[in-house]
Design a protein around this ligand. Structure first.
Ligand code: ATP
Length: 919
């Protein structure tokens, strides 16, 4: 078929200034099907669909603009830290020019600064491009649509849809291509993505006569990427991919840049503060050394070498800044995002990793998240008697069978389509060889009110042997309110109050066993506009088993031991909810029982807030109640994660600190607005996510602690030796080389260590505004103390060794300081493998955590060690370059220097052990 050819047939509807695509709404249902050569009863044949796919291409929107990595690379130089570094490099270069004497040393300084800035920018660019691609990849997540092909309803990738396909979209689903609606039930579509109009549009299936209609007025068209808020529809596709309305504007939409996470912002703030402080310190250092210059041994009396002093001041200032921290944060978040994806937790925005780590309340749905969502009918309650499902006598309950099969959309073939509850009931009738499909075929559906979690009912009207039969199924307590009769042995008699009580008692008994109960009812109607959901005849109930997920109990235990409260919020019956919650350990005698949606309606917000502290189970709630619960929990300073799957769950998912949607059962809307998607719908994965979030936070603290300690030690050593011996023990090249080795090589893998399970034994971090230094101050102090002590000691040992010969003492003293300042952090970095140094306020749980070496740290420690050792080779030229000497260094003295650079590691570890014993 050639659509262009067929378009000629449209001449009768064509106007001069309206494009063809805007005129599909004018055609009758029959005409549009003719044009696309499709029979709405059978759909396209598989073969024809394949041909059209080849001809018209896949149903994909034009890709958003490609990430421009070069632009990102250039922008990375605008980072405050890079700017400080570049400025310092320029100052040192300028000094050289002013002094009109460019030496190798100055050039080296410049080169090292450049290497650091470049390395930082390259890593930052790689991370940025990666995360942008990840966001783009997320947007490309595979979506499916239900399509009629060769008379069969199947679920296919939306990319394979072609013009002429007959598709079905239910509430909560996105429209997969521009579609002319052929049939609909109470259809309302949110077209804000296309038209910007926030009010959902009520749709129709008849042709419209008016001309020149705007998109928003084309009521019989469902546009690609808009969202079915209510009801459902069936229609024929006329525009796919770039030919769709959204496709035409999609090219204009560019990929958005991921914003900085709060943690990244905190780190930037911390490093900028340190950066500014370091400039002040550098200035002080310069002034002190300048005014003391007469007494400094390096400088000839009266001839202060301003250039040299300035260079040292600038380099020490730079050395204080933990430059690599921002990159470490990015790497940590990236690694965690990847790891979590492997654990079925899809993070849409790295910010949520941090927030997950801080969560102290998780509000979870029951069905599917805490339970397996594998529903099976277990018991039946017919003629006021409970029985096992396999004793069902199909010859006696024809009306019930009709209600089960007709008032349902589930399809149970090789593939199962529909809600788990409906699938369970269809599977139940199929066990008795009842052909649900032929029942549906013989009793045409005339009307319906789809199930919604507010009414907790579903209604259909069918033509059964010429009678208009209304079938209503749903939550029994809701159904009983609208039933006035019962059907027993083919006779309809009034349903008395005692009988209602009996049914309620049975409901209670089922619910006590954790079963979900579904009731069925019917009536026939004669009048045109008769109400459906009243004066019904009760037919009976089925009780459905949905066992709790086995692994969830342990996860809830883990959450509790980590100071996280788990709250169950469900639409199910309160007794069923309570039973499952008790089995899973969500509630116990320390808590009040269950609050229902109705209870919530009767309580003031203040009262509810108070009850919230004592209640962990909420049943028969509506989506609005969920949003209210999040609000009140947040008012009490809780950090709340909330799960959701339905369209109506969006407000609570948006409100929660972390909105978590379900990958399998979740609607596209829920997935769209949530921060995290659980690929397996499993509660256990939420806890894995929390674990990763807490680990990221901890790893970053270790990195901060390590970097700050190593940097302060260096500048402190310089100041102390200046004060004690009036000598400048490190020059700018040494300082910059320290930055290069320690920051760029050793510190980065500290953020890449293995996750430890023990973080889940600690209470959640108590911030939002908590300082990044909380819990690591003592680590910084102890490490700095020993690092500085042994570096200064090396110098003093040289002074003592060479006694009167200060020139030689200073020469080898500097070598000693260099060895200590370089090697000490390389060695003690191993302690920053979270197992050794506990962060104050977190318990180390050795029973939970086995020591797992960080292989990256070990490899890079070795690389750093080799690099540094190479600089110590006793060759005159190498020595001059680094401004110290190893030529002629006494081997015993060398050994002492080396041992002294190992000792900080032993001392830090020993002190910590001692402190832990004392506290
Ligand atoms: P959650 O996922 O939040 O734990 P839920 O899935 O148990 O909740 P709902 O889907 O809102 O909650 O269902 C509430 C009640 O509505 C169920 O207990 C059941 O009796 C009834 N129900 C569920 N699905 C259907 C359906 N398709 N048709 C009619 N009634 C239904």
């Amino acid at each position: 078929m050639n659509i262009n050819e067929n378009k000629n047939e449209l001449s009768d509807v064509k106007t001069d200034n309206v494009s063809l695509n805007q005129e599909w709404y004018k055609l009758s249902n029959k005409k549009i099907c003719n044009i696309f050569e499709v029979n709405p009863e059978t759909g396209l044949s598989n073969k024809e669909a394949k041909n059209r796919l080849e001809k018209y291409g896949r149903n994909i929107l034009p890709k958003s603009k490609k990430t421009n990595w070069f632009k990102i690379f250039l922008l990375s130089f605008l980072d405050p830290l890079s700017l400080i570094m570049i400025l310092s490099g320029l100052v040192s270069g300028l000094v050289s020019i002013i002094s009109q004497k460019i030496e190798v040393v100055d050039i080296t300084g410049l080169v090292i600064i450049l290497v650091i800035v470049l390395t930082n920018s390259i890593i930052a660019t790689i991370q940025e491009v990666k995360s942008l691609n990840q966001v783009a990849h997320l947007n490309e997540n595979k979506q499916t649509a239900i399509v009629l092909r060769s008379s069969k309803k199947t679920e296919i990738d939306i990319e394979e849809l072609v013009p002429g396909d007959i598709i079905f979209v239910n509430s909560g689903g996105f429209v997969p291509a521009d579609t002319r609606i052929l049939d609909n039930q109470l259809l309302k579509i949110d077209e804000s993505a296309l038209t910007g109009e926030n009010e959902p549009v009520k749709k129709i299936s008849d042709s419209i006569k008016e001309k020149n209609l705007m998109l928003g007025d084309q009521k019989n068209i469902a546009f690609m990427s808009t969202l079915v808020i209510e009801g459902k529809m069936m229609g024929v596709i006329f525009g796919t991919g770039q030919e769709s309305e959204i496709g035409k504007i999609a090219t204009k939409i560019t990929g958005h840049k991921p914003e900085k996470t709060p943690l990244e912002r905190k780190v930037t703030r911390l490093t900028t503060i340190i950066g500014l402080t370091s400039i002040v310190l550098g200035l002080i250092l310069f002034l002190i050394s300048y005014f003391l210059s007469d007494r400094i041994h390096d400088v000839q009396p009266g001839k202060a070498d301003i250039k040299n002093l300035l260079l040292i001041a600038v380099s020490s200032a730079i050395s204080l800044i933990p430059e690599s921290l921002t990159i470490i944060v990015k790497i940590c978040l990236m690694v965690a995002t990847k790891k979590m994806a492997r654990k079925n937790v899809i993070i849409k925005n790295p910010k949520s990793i941090e927030t997950l780590g801080n969560v102290n309340v998780i509000c979870s749905d029951k069905t599917g998240t805490l339970t397996q969502n594998k529903m099976t009918v277990d018991k039946i309650f017919l003629d006021f008697k409970e029985d096992d499902y396999n004793n069902f006598d199909k010859t006696k309950y024809n009306d019930l069978i009709n209600c089960i099969t007709l008032c349902s959309d589930a399809i149970v073939e090789k593939e199962k389509i529909g809600s788990a509850t409906e699938i369970a009931t269809i599977e139940f009738v199929k066990k008795f060889n009842i052909n649900y499909k032929s029942i549906r075929k013989n009793n045409e559906r005339l009307d319906e009110i789809p199930f919604d979690s507010k009414r907790k009912l579903m209604t259909t009207v069918n033509n059964v042997d010429g009678r208009k039969m209304v079938y209503v199924k749903g939550a029994v307590d809701y159904l009983l309110d609208i039933c006035t009769n019962k059907l027993i042995d083919g006779k309809v008699t009034p349903l008395t109050q005692e009988e209602k009580t009996k049914i309620n008692e049975q409901l209670y008994s089922f619910a006590k066993r954790g079963l979900r109960v579904l009731g069925f009812s019917q009536k026939d109607i004669t009048e045109e506009k008769q109400r459906y959901e009243n004066n019904l005849t009760f037919l009976g109930c089925v009780a459905i088993i949905d066992p709790p997920r086995e692994e969830v109990k342990a996860s809830i235990e883990e959450a509790k031991s980590g100071g996280i409260r788990v709250i169950m919020i469900t639409g199910d019956h309160k007794i069923t909810a309570f039973e499952i919650a008790t089995r899973l350990g969500i509630t116990d005698e320390n808590f009040d029982g269950v609050l229902t949606g109705q209870d919530i309606n009767e309580l003031s917000n203040e009262q509810l807030k108070e009850r919230l502290q004592r209640t962990n189970v909420f049943a028969r709630v509506n989506p609005e109640h969920k949003a209210l619960i999040v609000d009140l929990l947040q008012e009490d300073n809780n950090i709340v994660a909330m799960t959701g799957d339905g369209v109506n769950d969006s407000p609570s998912l948006v409100k929660a600190d972390v909105g978590i949607s379900m990958g399998i059962t979740g609607t596209e809307v829920a997935k769209g607005v949530s921060d995290v998607i659980l690929a397996d719908d499993n509660f256990k994965s939420i806890i894995s996510g929390v674990n990763s979030g807490r680990n990221v936070y901890e790893k970053i603290k270790y990195s901060i602690s390590f970097l700050i300690a190593a940097n302060i030690s260096q500048i402190l050593t310089l100041l102390l030796i200046l004060a004690i011996n009036q000598d400048i023990a490190l020059n700018s090249v040494n300082i910059l080389f320290h930055i290069f080795i320690i920051e760029t090589i050793v510190a980065v893998p500290i953020g890449m260590q293995k996750e430890r399970r023990g973080v889940m034994k600690n209470p959640p971090p108590t911030h939002k505004k908590e300082s990044l230094l909380k819990g690591i101050r003592s680590q910084i102090i102890i490490t700095t103390l020993f690092n500085t002590l042994f570096a200064v000691l090396n110098y003093e040992i040289a002074v003592w060794w060479f006694n009167d010969d200060f020139q030689t003492a200073a020469k080898f003293g500097k070598t000693g300081v260099y060895i200590a300042i370089m090697f000490s952090p390389i060695f003690y970095s191993i302690l920053y493998n979270n197992f050794f140094l506990p962060i104050k306020s977190t318990r180390q749980n050795k029973d939970v955590d086995k020591y797992r070496p960080n292989k990256w740290l070990l490899i890079l420690m070795l690389v750093a060690f080799v690099f540094t050792t190479l600089t110590l080779i006793p060759i005159e030229k190498v020595n001059t370059f680094f401004d110290f000497t190893t030529v002629g260094l006494n081997p015993w003295l060398a050994l002492i220097f080396f041992i002294n650079s190992l000792l900080p590691t032993v001392c830090i570890y020993g002190t910590y052990k001692l402190l832990l014993k004392l506290i």
